[in-house]
Write a protein that binds this ligand. Sequence first.
Ligand code: KIV
Length: 287
Amino acid sequence: MSARTKTTISTLRARKREGRRISMLTCYDYTTARIMDEAGVDSLLVGDTYGEVILGHETTLPVTVEHLVTVTAAVRRGAPHVFLVGDMPYLSYQVSREDAIRNAGRFMAEAGCDCVKVEVDRRLAPTVEALATASIPVMAHLGLRPQSIHALGGYRAQGRTAEDARRIIEDAKIMEQAGAVALLLEAVCAEVATWITNSTSLPVIGIAAGAGCDGQVMVMQDMLGYSSGHPPRSAKRYAHLHPQLLEAFSTYAQEVAQQQFPSDDTSTKMEGSEYVRLKELLGGAAS
Ligand code: KIV
């Protein structure tokens, strides 16, 4: 693998102009971040899906700034070359613009992000504008917004009707005018995602939004096959780790139970003479 240069927002803009697709994955730890950086993935998102796939919650709502700033900083240490996106969790930007700037600033200053992502519709345009004014680059996440799951009434594709599609297309334009540097479209009908991508100069990343976007993002656990169940329809499995991990963990458990692990060659032994001295020191009590 040749030495990588740092991927910046200028790189992503150039990729859009040249029609070269952008790869993005979610990542939640230093070790995996190192591998993804080495593999040449363009961008990493430390998403609030952390709450679901790492913390085991039903939704992303319990995730805090504290959780994500810590993990995002670890991912940055592992992946110095990627375009790193910090995900602003629930209620870290919706309450006030001051809160939004202060919390987003932590992702930039403490975690080393290249931009922050916020789940928005047109009502949050003033917040995106306030962040942009504070020199904080923003990726505007439109379409299915998991932080609004209770307001949206469930996980369903967005933009199914002409009116709904027009509303999302207008929201994308409003976000561009508010100063967003990139868009992320989640579970938006493919025609709508392609329309938005072709009518903006901003790089557009899609998930479950068809092939017309400038780039794609997938949740790492879905693409690696961590779970035994079916992945979401929009995801593709590039590895099947579940059976391999299951076998490794159960073999380990059996070997410990049967005293096959650890073996002598994984242990450190004292010099024989030192062990004799130890027994003398302990009055010959050691076995
Ligand atoms: O939090 C996340 O992982 C996301 C992706 C699903 C885009 O927002």
